[in-house]
Design a protein around this ligand. Structure first.
Ligand code: GDP
Length: 502
């Protein structure tokens, strides 16, 4: 169900299978370059190769080093509350020469880039550090090249400072320290440095390799030292990106604007984004209507490493979501639908498992009562109670029959279990996914579909809508009003599933 189409190639019909396979591999590479995946499954048992093209869209394989061009580093500012992160970002934003020249008014779009006097550029994320960082990490998106750890010199290393260090370390992002508030009379840079070392940050001055720059965000002191250090660090890291091919970007922030509609700020990571491009992010898609920078200026093209506010989203994608360019609107719709269906199916499956678990609990009590009754009688129950039903997997070698039983009276279950107990068949698992009194319902059909089970309706009917639903879902509903016939059918279904005796 996950794939566009499946092609079987029968190798015995082909004179030189090796050539075909090498052709397939070539096709596979070509597809990968446009963000599609193809699986080649060799099946020696029937001498058949299968090609499966995935419906989803994926990032392209990493570019080779020679394809990388330098780009602005992307920097996240983190640190303890009140240590001056916002003040620093504001100071940096207004320090941009571009802004000085044009007198533009910056607005908060989640990220901005500054141009230094030297012409070098740096992109800063200005979403609250921790939350954004976690959201990105949770989705496996890595946008940050360098973390600026802000530590107030009058306060030193605090709880969230340690938390920031831990997060940066886990994400393997290098840290640059800004010891802030050096203008404050209570500032103690030496003590702060000492605390940093104790927290595992080996600062340069004390023999380590992490730069710690004393600044005052408020008085705009030493900001150029900080930005120069960032540029140098980026050069050391050889920060680069591939500006060719389909666009890949990461969502930093998204919002609803009363005039422009759904907007989202992204950092481009690959390719060059232009107006008219078609993008997919999670289950949202976009035909790019307009591109703006943090000063509200229109951008014609956006290169890797730059933030941009994109207009034209049909839905709002979540921060950390990966943005991928696709060829056509049709393909975008297909990808989004495919992803939505997959999410819905997963949700349905989760719900069904929950229902089944709840019912298993209820049924267990029923079983206990039954066991008690049985222990007085001649027979003993084979099982300890109903097993937790499992969704059958295609590759599980043990055959299984999942049953959903609906009947008019409570005693039917007992009768069926009674009968089945005397029928010893170990080659096939049989699970009762659900039993209940009453006619066949929509939930029963859903359960049967997910658990690939059969619905037995004993002395109850089923309305035509549900019948249609079952038919469309490929679910069998069997009606009986004589118990032994029902039991015979269950036995037959079990026998059908047993491997043929040699
Ligand atoms: P955040 O919570 O880390 O974003 O911290 P803020 O930027 O909101 O700053 C918290 C307080 O510290 C504010 O009152 C700032 O004015 C003050 N502050 C920030 N930077 C400096 C600085 O360099 N020197 C002094 N003296 N105060 C600062």
């Amino acid at each position: 169900k996950d794939f566009n189409y499946i092609r079987d190639i029968f190798l015995d019909e082909i004179k030189s299978p090796k050539t075909v396979i090498s052709d397939l591999k070539y096709l596979q590479q070509g597809l990968r370059r446009s963000g599609r995946r193809m699986k080649i499954i060799a099946n020696p048992s029937n001498n058949k190769e299968q090609i499966i093209v995935d419906k989803d869209v994926f990032p392209r394989p990493p570019a080779s080093k020679s394809e990388l061009k330098s780009r602005p580093p992307v920097v996240t500012v983190m640190g303890h509350v009140d240590h001056g992160k916002t003040t620093l970002l504001d100071a940096l934003r207004h320090s941009s020469v571009v802004e000085q020249e044009f007198g533009g008014i910056t607005q908060h779009i989640g990220a901005f880039s500054v141009t230094l006097d030297s012409g070098a550029k740096i992109t800063f994320l200005d979403t609250p550090g921790h939350a954004a960082f976690s959201a990105m990490r949770a989705r496996g998106a890595f946008v940050t090249d360098i973390v600026v750890l802000v530590v107030a010199a009058d306060d030193g290393v605090m709880e969230q400072t340690l938390e920031s260090i831990r997060m940066a370390r886990e994400a393997k992002v290098p840290i640059l320290v800004a010891i802030n508030k050096i203008d404050s009379p209570k500032a103690d840079v030496g003590r702060t440095e000492q605390m940093l070392v104790e927290a595992g940050i080996q600062i340069e001055k004390l023999g380590g390799d992490v730069q710690a720059i004393p600044i005052s965000a408020l008085k705009k002191q030493n900001l150029n030292l900080l930005t120069e250090a960032l540029v140098l660090q980026a050069e050391l890291l050889e920060v680069g990106a591939d500006p060719s091919g389909p666009v890949e970007a990461v969502v930093v922030e998204s919002r609803l604007d009363s005039n422009k509609g759904k907007l989202c700020t992204c950092i481009v990571q690959r390719g060059i984004l232009t107006k008219g491009n078609i993008l997919v992010a999670g289950t949202a898609f976009c035909k790019v209507r307009n591109l703006h920078d943090a000063e509200g200026k229109v951008m014609k093209e956006v290169f890797p490493g730059y933030p941009v506010e994109i207009e034209g989203w049909k839905d709002l994608p979540a921060p950390g979501e990966l943005v991928l360019q696709v060829e056509t609107e049709k393909r975008a719709r297909d990808v989004v639908k495919f992803r939505q269906d997959k999410l819905d199916a997963e949700k349905l499956e989760e719900d069904a498992v929950m229902i089944a678990e709840k019912r298993a609990h209820h049924e267990k009590e029923y079983y206990e009562r039954l066991k008690l009754k049985r222990s007085l009688g001649r027979y003993k129950l084979k099982n300890d109670g109903p097993r937790k039903p499992e969704i059958p997997k295609d590759d599980d070698p043990t055959p299984a029959l999942n049953v959903i039983l609906k009947s008019d009276v409570d005693g039917t279950l007992e009768a069926v279990l009674n009968a089945l107990d005397t029928y010893d068949q170990d080659g096939c698992k049989m699970d009762l996914v659900h039993y209940g009194v009453g006619s066949v319902s929509e939930t029963d059909v859903e359960l049967a579909q997910i658990f690939k089970g059969i619905i037995y309706a004993f002395n109850v009917n089923c309305n035509p809508n549900i019948m249609d639903l079952a038919e469309n879902a490929g679910v069998q509903i069997k009606f009986y009003n004589v118990i032994y016939k029902l039991v015979d059918d269950v036995k037959e279904e079990i026998n059908k599933r047993l491997p043929e005796k040699e």
